[in-house]
Ligand binder design. Structure first.
Ligand SMILES: NC(=O)c1ccc[n+]([C@@H]2O[C@H](COP(=O)([O-])OP(=O)(O)OC[C@H]3O[C@@H](n4cnc5c(N)ncnc54)[C@H](O)[C@@H]3O)[C@@H](O)[C@H]2O)c1
Ligand SMILES: CC(C)[C@H](C(=O)O)[C@@H](O)C(=O)O
Ligand SMILES: [Mg+2]
Length: 368
């Protein structure tokens, strides 16, 4: 199979982890006889430094013509004082909107071997398998678009939260469809006791649910959901929510998995459309340049890329199994080690990737 992947490393650890993801994709391509062509471009702070804007029109066009996009992360202290429209993070929003990527899938799986990396009790997190379906191109992130912005020093600032019926309907369908292939339960998270957009959200979710009588639906207010997620996470199967709640709850859910460095994501458009794949975490300025960022979230995002954009199930499985094998054998990055007394073998970004590649090669050998 021949495919074109646009690679956008971004800033901070973005580049470090994306480099590792590409090594893994290259290994899979070699072993399974595929040809992946990469086209790299700058976005976020890197694009600001080079071109004076966080997202260039030609970058968006390149992505539109690609088969998939692999992204690291954007932002960092260097650009924190810039006005809103120049923030590196706006590049990400521009890409998501420009590519129509309204459905963000953030799986939260607790890998058995790293269950001790979670700060929560073993019996609470062991076996957790939640899919967060986050609406990605609506809500308060986009409401104020083209209507001006806050200038530091002004007496007030404003963000608008807007959702249309259609925006809610299409993400509801993604959630119910996903639940059909899982444990058949959807928890819709909103703030319907206060927000008008949440009242609309709840009504539309209920309406779409009529088409999915085989799926159990429950509604939960977001403050309670934040609490339930760490109190009793195994009650959740698919959790569907709006843009900002999904951002916050998915970072919170990373505590179940043991580290945000283990959390992959896929951002998808309508069925068959382009997909963008990125770790859930940011540019981690506190550890950037030290060779100790956990690349597994990006490597698992590459597996999602193969599965969702290229339909390469077996190749995706091989990557996921290799990640599990490396963890089972006790290999860890520093973020997964809670105590200095832990006897686990701690590896850097490149070293743990090399282990994953070793396991991928071994499993391909066994299968052939
Ligand atoms: N998708 C994105 O591009 C994205 C996502 C989140 C934050 N950001 C940006 O990143 C910058 C830093 O944000 P932040 O510090 O709030 O969040 P962050 O996710 O970058 O870091 C939070 C904490 O998690 C740790 N961490 C994150 N990823 C890790 C990894 N792979 N391995 C080991 N440890 C990891 C960091 O060291 C840090 O202690 C900000 O500019 C923010 O806007 C970008
Ligand atoms: C950097 C930021 C715009 C982004 C978001 O809020 O969506 C990030 O936190 C994420 O989770 O992908
Ligand atoms: Mg986030």
């Amino acid at each position: 199979m021949e495919k074109k992947i646009v690679v956008l490393p971004g800033d901070g650890i973005g580049k470090e982890v994306v480099d590792e993801g590409i090594k893994v994709l290259d290994t899979v391509a070699e072993l399974f006889g595929h040809q992946f062509k990469y086209e790299e471009d700058v976005i976020g702070g890197a694009a600001l430094d080079q071109f004076g804007i966080p997202l260039r029109e030609e970058t968006l066009e390149k992505c539109q013509q690609a088969d998939a996009v692999l992204l690291g992360a954007v932002g960092g202290p260097k650009w924190d004082t810039l006005p809103g429209h120049l923030r590196p993070e706006k590049a990400l929003l521009g890409l998501r909107k420009g590519l129509g990527l309204f459905a963000n899938l953030r799986p939260v799986e607790v890998f058995g071997p790293v269950v001790e990396s979670s700060t929560l009790k073993r019996e609470v997190v062991e076996g957790v398998d939640v899919l967060v379906v986050r609406e990605l191109t609506g809500g308060i992130y986009f409401g104020l678009k083209d209507r001006g912005e806050y200038d530091s020093g002004e007496a007030w600032a404003k963000d608008e939260c807007i959702y249309s019926v259609e925006e809610v309907r299409r993400i509801a369908k993604v959630a119910f469809e996903a639940a059909r292939g899982r444990r058949k339960k959807v928890t819709s998270v909103d703030k319907a006791n206060v927000l008008e957009t949440s009242r609309l959200w709840r009504e539309v979710i209920q309406e779409v649910h009529q088409e999915y009588p085989d799926i159990e639906l429950e509604h939960m207010l977001v403050d309670n959901a934040a609490m339930q997620l760490v109190r009793q996470p195994k009650q959740f199967d698919v959790l569907v929510t709006e843009n900002m709640f999904g951002d916050i709850l998915s970072d919170e859910a990373s505590v179940l998995a043991g580290s945000i460095g283990l959390m992959p994501s896929a951002s998808l458009a309508d069925a068959g459309g382009l997909g963008m794949y990125e770790p859930v975490h940011g540019t981690a300025p506190d550890i950037a340049g030290q060779g100790k960022a956990n690349p597994l979230a990006t490597i698992l995002s590459c597996a999602m890329l193969l599965r969702y954009s290229f339909g390469l199930e077996q190749e995706a499985d091989v990557i996921e199994t290799a990640v599990k094998s490396a963890l089972e054998q006790g290999w860890r990055t520093p973020d997964l080690v809670l105590s200095q007394d832990d006897p686990k073998s701690v590896l850097g970004t490149t070293e743990i990737t090399n282990k994953i590649i070793e396991y991928i090669r071994k499993s391909a050998l066994i299968q052939s």
